[in-house]
Design a protein around this ligand. Sequence first.
Ligand code: C2E
Ligand code: MG
Ligand code: MG
Ligand code: MG
Length: 289
Amino acid sequence: VHKSSKQGDFVLFEPSMDEEANRRRTIERRMREALEHEQFELFYQPIVCAGEKRILGFESLIRLPDGQGGYIPPSVFIPIAEARGYIKAIGDWVLREATRQIALWPEDLFISVNLSAVQFRDGDLVSIVRDALAASGIAGHRLEIEVVESLLLDRSNAILEQLQELKKLGVSIAMDDFGTGYSSLGYLWRFPFDKLKIDQSFMIAFEQGEANIRQIVSTIVSLGHHMNLKVVTEGIETAEQAVMLSEIGCDQLQGYLFGKPVAAERVAGELLASLSARVAERDDRTADV
Ligand code: C2E
Ligand code: MG
Ligand code: MG
Ligand code: MG
């Protein structure tokens, strides 16, 4: 019997579909276990002031241990968590853990937390945030939440209302990954943002020598400032990128150049280094006088 190429394709295709389904099932099982046994981990990446390079706060980034000493990245498991009904429990844990942790660190530092659109769906987000603030004892202004543009496609006012309620708690709102979606300016006007996070793809393009990136980023920074927003750029890996951003007036910087996301135990060291840099700067200034 001879195989048609069509059957051949089918035979080749089927196992990979199986593999994909298996992979998703394995990840789902791992998530369920991690929720049950509190095995998720939260990493923290510094966000620094463009001027003095001192740490202003941290973005919390979730990690799922794979059980073999490594981690399954959030870009892989968050979409599955959203589709399979785990994201609310996970997001609730992240809010509690991030606020609990920042309460242990100096009071002038903020913590930012990424939220999924699904967390806005049931209308209980505001009370979950309020509870996390109360349990940790931190002031609302120390918490920043990050949302992506796709969230704002929602035609109803439900999202807007929840964001406004969060603002009443003192919480700041950042638009994450700015410049990757439609970046309709209408959203920026309509929603109560405090901060724009310029997506790291601009830094990649800059590194690749793409023309006009400096002008484009500079335009986004001006746009943000005209709307009274703070502007932070993500994915900074080189000193050239940091210099360019400081020159065009970007307020805050985030990227491997300043620190990779690390476990809370390892942040203590970074904080101390940042604080001692501040002291050293002050001493320098005193010495100059
Ligand atoms: P994001 O919120 O845009 O986070 C920035 C991502 O860029 C993080 O990836 C971070 O580790 C990475 N990054 C930071 N600086 C650099 C750099 O200089 N170079 C490079 N190459 N990468 C850098 P991560 O931790 O893998 O998270 C990926 C995405 O997963 C996040 O993107 C966010 O959308 C989502 N995510 C992470 N934690 C949570 C969470 O707790 N809840 C929800 N709903 N989503 C989360
Ligand atoms: Mg983010
Ligand atoms: Mg981002
Ligand atoms: Mg992103």
